[in-house]
Ligand binder design. Structure first.
Ligand SMILES: [Zn+2]
Length: 843
């Protein structure tokens, strides 16, 4: 059908709604039956608005935020007229049951309605679910299903019709632009082959279904504020999987994290059985208990679970199915089928929740009472050090606040606890700025999952990474304590600029974290000359570490001009500015020394496009635009032959497979550009690729087995049990675990770090030490394993090798980052390492 039909309904709805003042059906409003076309996001928004306008006693609509591209984020609250009137008191009572907000869980009443939260379309190109949301909304308000009125007596439904509008519209606009007059079910047709970067992710190519706990993206930050202001008892996250798969619903697969309660397991089965009843009646295929596990804490099922809810993922087969596709069993799967299945599980979930409302609320209340009174886990409290390494703890505190995890400052006292770094018992004294997190609080289970030193995994086959312990993620020194700690009062201490005068010889800012990077970024863009000190020094009795930024009046025009630029940038970045009286230092190198380096403002190119992992390119793009505030030019990898390389100083190759570099001309061109002074950052698989091109870095291969004994054991190694095939494959796998990296922090790549760093290892890639003309800045030694699952084969390979290194090439440098320091943007402690590579190395 041609798409002019999109234009008609506007006229219709004004006509019908003004006369009947009753919620229009999706078909009446849109001008086509659901499933006939993909509905652009603005039309979904318009439909929800129209239903809220025409049924104000049953629906309240709220815009809770805006996406990076400016699209609205919505919540619809659907309740009986009585409950809708007292929505706010229902919400506050529910929070009281959870004990959130300091009230204590005893204060809440268990008579309130149960809260069911349905989240649609987190992955933009899994687009059937937002279509289903319109049918679900209409069914809940129109009276077309006579059971609804009964359910809404004890149930409030909250619907987020589209978590990821930017991704959805990327997919839908593309699809609508390539589909013919009739959809083509032949899977070879171009409408079933979505172009890079695809609509799954948000604007910055982030997977929002990995971001619930970390909240690195604006969509998540805004949504989680609302989620934590409600804390529903049931949450469903709608997805689609490959179109040859049938439907998946709860109960989930193993592994389950062991904080998951018997009730949370039991209720998944209740929902599963009810869904199955509908699916059986219609003869639809489905599976449960496979593939989708409950472990990694940042999904739309696990995060709700670790926050007291029954959290579930429902998956329809449908990615790239378009409006219709022929599946491998020869059937035609249509959008109409897909949305009908999602609609059915939504209604079934509301039905089951209503049937078990009393038990759901009681168990929810118990969950939080237990969390507060009898928290489980290895430690009663977590002690976090505010050491000299910058704003790491500040960032961690923001993360805790966003998840409503309570913490308190401790300023003095002696403590004994398990040192996260050594795993051994240590005694230490609290210092100003340190904090403690007691486990006896409402968010106790979430806290435990996020902070446990070793992840507990009941099965080696999981869908995602197996380690994320927050102290390692943030690079903060931590101790697990066996007793609660009464903390000091929270006071807002703002560090202000000290010892400052506008007529100083120069100014210094310590290189301790992303605030320092932001400060540098602004000054470079304003044309201010900034230097960095390669060695620690002392001036005016004050000590400064290596990497300290120096801004002198010399070369920067008059002091009157410089002062507002420097003080303004310092205030905006939140760094402490120190004034320096003289270029003669008491210890270390004077400012005119060759150990003090001028930082040239880098002109940066970032490769993107089909040859690049969209998620990894997105992390770099997001870091520059949203965290550092520095311009970067995105270039498609297959167009590097046409680029004027003399216009760039730094080239970044994110994780990818660069076919373009297999062409000799392109590879030579890049190599020559480096030799003439260019700097190149290669990340993850790009490092592997350069090693194959013999750029001077060499991949470490698995060690040869020694002796006859091993050989004998291998005689039958080819005989694998078919039933064990998934488990056997796990031997070589590293789904994402934590390793300790030893750092040479006298090299600029490791400035601002202690002598080590914790990396998230996602593969068994490790490189030989660079022997000539380079620096082995980050290496793993023998016992570097810290946490998470690593297969036995991979474990034996992961030792004595290079992960982060710098190699001289002519007048230029190649910087190898074999692991991803920007992982999902939540690996906070890696961001400075990457920034060092960008701004300091080779300057
Ligand atoms: Zn999905």
């Amino acid at each position: 059908m041609n798409h002019r039909s999109f234009l008609l309904p506007i006229v219709l709805f004004v006509f019908s709604s003004s006369i009947f003042a009753q919620a229009p059906s999706p078909e009446t409003f849109l001008g086509y039956p659901l499933g006939k076309h993909f509905t652009p996001h603005d039309k979904i928004v318009a439909y929800f608005k129209e239903v809220a306008r025409t049924s104000p006693d049953r629906v309240q609509l709220e815009q809770y935020g805006t996406t990076y591209e400016g699209r609205p984020l919505l919540l619809a609250y659907i309740a009986s007229p009585e409950n809708l009137k007292k929505l706010e008191s229902i919400r506050t009572n529910n929070l009281k049951l959870a004990g959130v907000g300091g009230a204590g869980s005893a204060a809440g009443s268990e008579d309130g309605p149960v809260i069911v939260w349905l989240s649609y379309n987190v992955h933009g190109n899994e687009a059937a679910s937002s279509e289903a949301s319109m049918k679900t909304l209409y069914t809940l308000v129109s009276g077309s299903d006579s059971r609804v009125a009964d359910w809404l007596k004890n149930t409030v439904v909250i619907m987020d019709p589209c978590i990821n509008p930017d991704g959805r519209d990327r997919y839908v606009n593309w699809f609508n632009s390539v589909v013919g007059a009739q959809p083509n079910p032949d899977r070879q047709s171009r409408e079933h082959s979505e172009p890079w970067p695809r609509g799954r992710s948000n604007h910055y190519n982030f997977d929002l279904n990995r971001d619930w706990a970390w909240q690195t993206q604006v969509e998540t930050v805004q949504r989680l504020k609302k989620y934590n202001a409600w804390l529903p008892q049931v949450h469903v996250d709608y997805h689609e999987q490959g179109f040859n798969n049938p439907y998946y619903f709860a109960p989930a697969a193993e592994p389950y994290h062991d904080v998951i309660t018997p009730w949370q397991r039991e209720f998944q089965v209740l929902i599963g059985r009810n869904n199955a009843r509908y699916f059986d009646r219609n003869g639809w295929l489905y599976f449960t208990k496979q593939e989708f596990d409950l472990f990694y804490p940042s999904y739309g099922d696990t995060y709700p679970i670790y926050n007291g809810a029954i959290g579930m993922t429902f998956e329809q087969g449908g990615i790239n199915a378009g409006l219709a596709v022929q599946t491998s069993d020869g059937d035609i799967l249509t959008l109409a089928d897909r949305l009908e299945h999602h609609f059915t599980t939504g209604i079934s979930t509301i039905e089951v929740a209503s049937q078990h409302a009393t038990r759901l609320i009681k168990e929810f209340h118990n969950y939080f009472t237990n969390a507060i009174q009898h928290p489980e886990g290895d430690y009663k409290a977590y002690f976090l050090r505010n050491d000299s390494f910058g704003d790491r703890l500040e960032r961690l505190k923001t993360f805790l606040d966003r998840n409503l995890i309570e913490w308190t400052p401790v300023t003095s006292g002696a403590f004994t606890g398990t040192d996260y770094e050594t795993g051994k018992t240590a005694t230490f004294h609290a210092l100003p700025g340190d904090i403690v997190i007691n486990a006896n609080q409402p968010k106790s289970n979430l806290l435990r999952v996020l902070f446990e030193r070793q992840s507990r995994i009941s099965d080696s086959i999981t869908y995602d990474i197996t380690a994320w312990s927050v102290p390692y993620v943030y690079g903060v020194q931590a101790y697990g304590l066996n007793a609660y700690v009464s903390g000091a009062k929270k006071e807002t201490v703002t560090e202000t600029t000290r010892n400052i005068s506008d007529t100083a010889y120069g100014y210094a800012v310590r290189w301790t974290g992303m605030r320092s990077v932001r400060f540098l970024s602004e000054l470079l863009q304003k044309g201010v000359k900034v230097r960095y000190a390669e060695r620690a020094f002392q001036s005016g009795g004050v000590s400064f570490g290596s990497g300290t930024l120096l801004v002198t009046t010399t070369g920067n025009g008059a002091a009157q001009r410089l002062w507002p630029l420097v003080s303004g940038a310092a205030a905006r970045a939140g760094v402490v500015l120190e004034s320096i009286a003289s270029g003669f230092v008491e210890k270390g190198a004077d400012f005119g020394s060759d150990l003090v380096h001028l930082i040239h403002r880098p002109r940066i190119a970032l490769l993107t496009g089909e040859e690049v992992s969209s998620l990894d390119a997105g992390e770099v793009w997001h870091l520059f635009e949203q965290e550092i505030g520095y311009p970067v030019t995105l270039i498609n990898a297959d167009e590097i032959g046409r680029v004027q390389w003399k216009n760039f100083d730094l080239l970044i190759l994110p994780n990818g497979f660069y076919r373009t570099l297999e062409e000799k001309n392109n590879a030579d061109m890049i190599r020559n550009w480096v030799r003439e002074g260019g700097r190149l950052i290669a990340m993850e698989n790009a490092v592997a690729q350069l090693s194959k091109m013999e750029w001077g870095i060499q991949s470490k291969e698995e060690e040869q087995k020694e002796g006859d004994k091993n050989k004998k054991d291998e005689t039958y190694s080819a005989l694998r049990r078919y039933g064990n095939r998934q488990r056997d494959d796990a031997a070589g796998s590293v789904p994402g675990s934590i390793y300790r990296v030893e750092l040479d922090n006298t090299h600029p790549l490791a400035f601002g770090y202690p002598n080590h760093y914790y990396t998230i290892k996602q593969d068994d890639g490790v490189y030989e030490f660079i022997k000539n003309g380079g620096w082995n800045v980050g290496v793993i030694k023998k016992d570097s394993y810290v946490s998470g699952f690593t297969g036995v084969k991979a474990k034996s390979k992961l030792k004595d090798g290079l992960l982060f290194g710098v190699q001289d090439m002519g007048r230029g440098k190649v910087i190898y980052l074999a692991d991803d320091p920007l992982f999902r943007s939540f690996w906070e402690n890696g961001k400075l390492l990457f920034s060092n590579a960008v701004f300091l190395v080779g300057q």
